[in-house]
Design a protein around this ligand. Sequence first.
Ligand SMILES: [Zn+2]
Length: 336
Amino acid sequence: MLRGRQDEIRAYTMANLAPTEEGEDEDGTSSNGIAYVIEENPTGGMRMIANKDFECGDLVLQELPLVLFPLPAKSDLRLSLRRALNAFDDAKRADYMGLANIYAADEVEPVLGIFVSNKFEVFSTDGAEAASADRTKPFAAVFKDISRMNHSCCPNVVRYWCTASRSMHVYAARSVQKGSQIVTAYCDPFLPLRERRALLLNTYKIACACPACTNSESAANRVRIRNIRDDSAAVIQWTLTPALPDDLLLVPSLEQLKLIEDEGLEGTEYYARVLRRLWLHIFRVGRLWSFRILWADVEGVEDRERDEEIGRDKGNALGAGADPRRCGSPPVVYAA
Ligand SMILES: [Zn+2]
């Protein structure tokens, strides 16, 4: 594993945590089978704590919202919220009214204060609805548990709204140890520090003290990450030009990977871009026939045909003096 500020970020999410219950099963999950717990936060409010270890990509939870409204509201939001709450049973109403209200001291009706304090904006992401969706008019959803996730500019999960099931999915963006706080980003973590601070303070009354907000190098690092381009053209040119060094793309890609991990931004598109480039690199420079196996599986090529392909590439790519980038068929850009 690449090291750097990962330890600092892990220490931040592990800080001041109360000991979790013992009773771990062999598979690493808690004996009560619950993936996370909601508990009081020593610094105020509540927080969500991992009750098992998660690997990058694991589903942490999936949850239906308590309320879901289009933004901007088509009618009086307060009236809509009151109607929604009247339709709830007692338990569901208690879940909603038990959520944080950062406007409790202001002259804001509690149902509205809770809504504004806990909402996440969601967009259509599936099928025809996504294709025609007007992304300037999102929905706002409030959740019993997901709304308990606190903010960090180094989030360890990503949120994904599934329009088909009308539910929010939360996935681990990197390894999350049991006992760590599960944190998400309330705003774009690439915003300049001053803008981020102002937005978090004005909207959520948060003075963020995450590693990104307290490290003087973070702002410059995030600008560098944001400059990472989706340069498929460079990959193709390198593939077609044997005179170019084998590690032309490898070294900068590994540096970028470390930078993203140091900043705790594995949940962003830039991580996927760099991983995809490394993936292409490994299959081009490394074992081309392995690339063929994967390609054949994905494309559903018959076994016999696949074996012939692999046999050819094995002979070519592994042959003495062969340039791996010039073996076999013309280069296939699989994931570009
Ligand atoms: Zn922060």
